[in-house]
Every structure is written in C-alpha cells, then in structure tokens.
Design a binder for this molecule. Structure first.
Ligand code: HEC
Ligand code: HEC
Length: 478
C-alpha cells in the first residue's frame, strides 16, 4: 500500500459529512452515520514528494504511523465541527402541516385558565409547532368546496395567528367603550349571528342590516350582503371604525392593543408589527377555521351513490361493502326524516332553491333581488350601491342555508321571522318589482311540500368548530 493510496482511502468517521455539508447536500438527509468509509479524491493528506522511490520498510512504517496520527487528529476536528453544526440546526419541525377544519384544538385557546398572562403567551409563542403553516382540509359536507378556498396565499394560517384572531374576535376592548365585540353580533351561541333584526352596536345603536353568519367564510371572497369588500381581512377591520357598530378608530385600537403586553408580544412575534392590517389578518385567520361540520343532509348525501348500486355488487366487493357499512352507520346516527328527504328533492328540483343556494356552502356567492324590502319607500339598493348597475338594484348576496334553523330572523333586513315564512315568501314568487330575479316565480307548493322544505333546511344543521370564548389577554403585565 502506498502512502498516497492511504491518504485517499481513509477511515474517516463522520468527516465525510463535512464535505457533504460543504457541497450542500446534507441538510435534507442529515449527517451520515459515523464510521462510514468515505472515498476522498481531492484531499492530499501527505507530502507526496518521494512516492516513486523505493524506501526502507522501517521508514514506510514510521510514515504510515505519522499519517494515521494526522488522520486521527483531523477526524477528531471534523467530528467537533459536525457536532457544532448539528446543534445549530433547530429541532425538526415540519414546514407545513395538514389539518381538518372543525378541529377543536385549533380554537381551544392558550393552555391555562383565567386571563392569559405574559408568561403563558411566551411559552405558547416559543413552541415551534404554533408557527407551522397549516394546510386546511374541509370536513365532510364542505369538502366539495375545496376549490373555493380563498385568502391563504396572502395570509397563511398558523396556530399562533388563529389564536390571536380568536382573542381579538371575543374582545370587547376592540370597541370604543369596551362593550361590543365581533361576537356581540356574530355569537357562536346564536349560530354566529344575533337574534335581532339588525346589528346592535355600542350604546344600543341599531344598524340597517341583519347580522349574517361569520362561519364558512373560508369559502367566500367578497364579504357583506352587497359584497362591497374583497376579502375577509378587509371586512374584519370595518366594524371597528363603524360608528354604530364598535364606534372606535383604527389608530385607537392599535394604540390600545399595543398597551396590552400579551397582545403586543403576539403581534411582534407573529407579524413583526402591530398595525390595523395585521389585526384584520389575525381575525380573518380565526374566522377561516370556523366551519360547519357534517349535517344529517351531508351524511345522507354520502349514502345516495350506494342506492344506485346493486346490493349483490356491494356485497361482492369487500372494500365497497366496508365503506357502505360505515356510511350507513353514520347516516343512521344522524337521521334525515322522510319529510326532510322529500324537501331535499324539492330544494334541488321543483322549488328551484338550488338555482342560487348551491355548492358546498349552499350559496352561489352571487347577488339576486328576491324582492325583500322592495315595497319600502326607500328600499336598500343592495349590490347596486357597489356596481351602479341597475340590474343589481335590490340584489343581495345569497346567504347559506347551512345552520339557518339557528339564525332567525332572516334576510338582509331581518324582516322574516321564521323558515315557514321564508318558504311562503318563495311560494308566492317573492315581491314583484322591476328588478326581481327571473329565477323567482310562484311555486304553488302544497302545505306538505312547504313543510318538507323547512324540514330539509333543518336537516342542514350541524355543530360548528368548538371555540374557547373566555380566555383573553390580561389587562396588565401579570
Ligand atoms: C353591531 C353588530 C356587529 C358587530 C359588532 C360586528 N358585525 Fe359583522 N356584520 C354585522 C352586520 C349587520 C353585517 C352585514 C352588513 C352589511 O352587509 O352591510 C356584518 C357582516 C359581517 C361579515 C360578512 C359576512 C358575509 O357573509 O358577507 C363578517 C365576516 C363579519 N361581519 C365579521 C365581523 C367581525 C370579525 C367583527 C369584529 C371585528 C364584526 N363582524 C363585528 C354586524 C356586526
Ligand atoms: C334567485 C336566487 C334564489 C333562489 C331561487 C332562492 N333563494 Fe333563498 N335567498 C336568496 C337571496 C339573495 C337571499 C337574501 C335576500 C335578501 O335578504 O334580500 C335568500 C335568503 C334565503 C333565506 C334566508 C337566509 C338568512 O340567513 O337570512 C332562506 C332560508 C332561503 N333563502 C331559502 C330558500 C329556499 C328554501 C328557496 C327555494 C324555495 C330559495 N331560498 C330560493 C337567493 C335565492
């Protein structure tokens, strides 16, 4: 064995990793296991001045020993470098994580009880899992709406951001006199609305329109009954400065939040700044996690494809048979009455409700005049105020019928008290006016058919994401 050969083929321990790190291929796979034989072609370890001349055996042995010593020294140095490098790599946290929306863990608040303290928030913010970008998956029922998901590219979801948004949503300190929060008009206990005809803000002031639901917003771009803002982020900061809602100013709210240490820390860590736009982003992130879960209607929908199959064919296919058994059990646990099933047929058929109440959220995200309020002397012009297109006069955004049984009263002005009355409205063909949608016509439904439609809408009721409502930042530094 020649000296140069010795130098080229080294028992290098972890030293190979140093080379791998240098050429940039190590981080993905991590350091190679120690003790590996590594071929090194470029490093000249030895003075290669006299390899061609035959040397005395004793001299060769002495040289070899010197080489080994030198190699051991370098291996030890390389190992130290590797250990240092390994320590500087943060503990493995996945870059992204997939989560199914509706998961209570996302909105259960910072661990603990009572007002959130600085110490609790420091611990929460330091946990790397809370800053991982989340890729949301929609639950059964909404899942066909995946393509409708909007807003995540400009405002990615993280647990920390969602939690900050949750606190802001329930915090009355966002209003001028600290009496009104978003939840005052979009209360989880009232199906994310308020049971008043129109929104009631600070000092009991009444607004002009009914509070719509604030769930399933992840499926919706334009917000408000007239779609006047393009994003949930833009919507979220509106009520704060609306004189009859929260009656505050954007500067005022930023200043007040900045004086609450627990809020300040969160904005600094999550966004690097506290601005009104960041307030909007945090609230929007929280809202995007509030979704309706599967309702009896959705479980029943899962069952329908099987009804078209032959019972024997299902039995012959073990996988299919197992799926059928699961779907059947779920539907049986969340039954849809005969009346509701007939109502489903009417909703998507003769009564033509699905001309507008369609898609995952049973809402087409479009604007229609169905005649509500058009008999008033000065009707609310709805979408017209935004587009100035006469065809949009009195047109409002189609609301969802998911959980609609929980959100009376109805319509943009809260003028309709019950679902029975809603169906009567459609049955008589709305209210005639020059801008009435051509999809609204008298339906001539029987009393039973009207009742069936109501039963169908009730079968679209499901639990929403469970949310912690009480845990808010402590007023002072605790
Ligand atoms: C005083 C009652 C009130 C308060 C407080 C309030 N809202 Fe609203 N919200 C309404 C009303 C009324 C509308 C409909 C207004 C319109 O369309 O012109 C609305 C609309 C919305 C919408 C649009 C929903 C859709 O389908 O287009 C969202 C989302 C929303 N509010 C979230 C919030 C958030 C977040 C807060 C807190 C920052 C908040 N609201 C505070 C009453 C209120
Ligand atoms: C032309 C489109 C269209 C059709 C068809 C239609 N809707 Fe609507 N629906 C709307 C719009 C738009 C509103 C809100 C109107 C307003 O407030 O001015 C609405 C409101 C509702 C509401 C009140 C929801 C709330 O939260 O206030 C219910 C319930 C409802 N529709 C059920 C039905 C049923 C049942 C049918 C079929 C019989 C039906 N809709 C047919 C567009 C439509």
């Amino acid at each position: 064995m020649t000296d140069s050969f010795l130098a080229q083929r080294l028992y290098l321990g972890g030293a190979g990793c140093v080379l791998a790190l240098l050429i940039g291929c190590a981080p993905a796979g991590g350091p190679a296991p120690k003790g590996e034989v590594v071929e090194i072609e470029t490093i000249e370890m030895l003075p290669a001045d006299k390899p061609a001349q035959p040397a005395a055996p004793g001299a060769i042995a002495a040289q070899a020993a010197a080489v080994r010593q030198e190699v051991d020294k370098r291996v030890a140095a390389a190992d130290r470098t590797i250990d240092e490098a390994a320590r500087s790599i943060p503990a493995a946290t996945p870059a992204r994580e997939t989560i199914v929306l509706g998961d209570a863990a996302l909105t259960s608040g910072v661990p603990g009880a009572g007002p959130i303290t600085s110490e609790q928030i420091d611990r929460w913010l330091a946990d790397p899992k809370n800053s991982v970008t989340l890729d949301p998956v929609l639950p059964l029922g909404l899942s066909q709406g995946a393509k409708q998901i909007t807003g995540l590219d400009t405002n990615p979801l993280t647990r920390a951001k969602i939690e900050l948004g949750r606190q802001l949503y329930f915090d009355t300190r966002l209003s001028a006199d600290a009496t009104v929060s978003c939840a005052s008009c979009h209360d989880p206990a009232m199906g994310y609305t308020a049971h008043t005809a129109t929104g009631v803000g600070i000092r009991g002031q009444k607004g002009g329109r009914n509070s719509p639901v604030s769930f399933n917003r992840i499926l919706s771009g334009k917000q408000f009954w007239d779609g006047r803002v393009d994003s949930l982020e833009a919507q979220a900061v509106g009520p704060i400065a609306n004189p009859i809602e929260m009656g505050f100013t954007h500067e005022g709210v930023v200043e007040r939040l900045g004086a609450i240490p627990v809020y300040k820390k969160q904005f600094d860590t999550i966004f690097g700044e506290l601005t009104i736009d960041r307030v909007g982003q945090a609230i929007a992130a929280f809202e995007r996690t509030i979704v309706t879960g599967p309702s009896p209607y959705d479980y029943h929908e899962e069952l329908l494809p099987f009804a078209k199959l032959d019972a024997e064919d299902i039995a012959d296919d073990r996988e299919l048979a197992a799926k059928y058994a699961t779907v059947k059990a779920a539907a049986a646990a969340h039954p849809m009455s005969e009346s509701a099933q007939r109502g489903r047929g009417l909703f998507f058929g003769k009564a033509n409700c699905s001309a507008c109440h369609v898609g995952a959220n049973l809402a087409d995200e479009k604007y229609h005049n169905i005649g509500i309020g058009m008999d008033k002397r000065e009707p609310d012009l709805g979408r017209f105020a935004v587009t100035k297109d006469p065809a949009d006069t009195g047109a409002f955004k189609t609301p969802t019928v998911r959980n609609v049984a929980l959100t009376a009263p109805y319509m943009h002005d809260g003028s309709v008290a019950t679902l029975e009355e809603v169906v009567e409205w459609y049955d008589k063909g709305g209210h005639a006016n020059p801008h009435l949608s051509d999809k609204i016509k008298p339906l001539n439904l029987t009393k039973q058919e009207q009742a069936d439609l109501v039963e169908f809408m009730k079968a679209c009721t499901s639990p929403t994401t469970p949310v912690e409502t009480g845990r808010l930042p402590a007023a002072a530094d605790l």
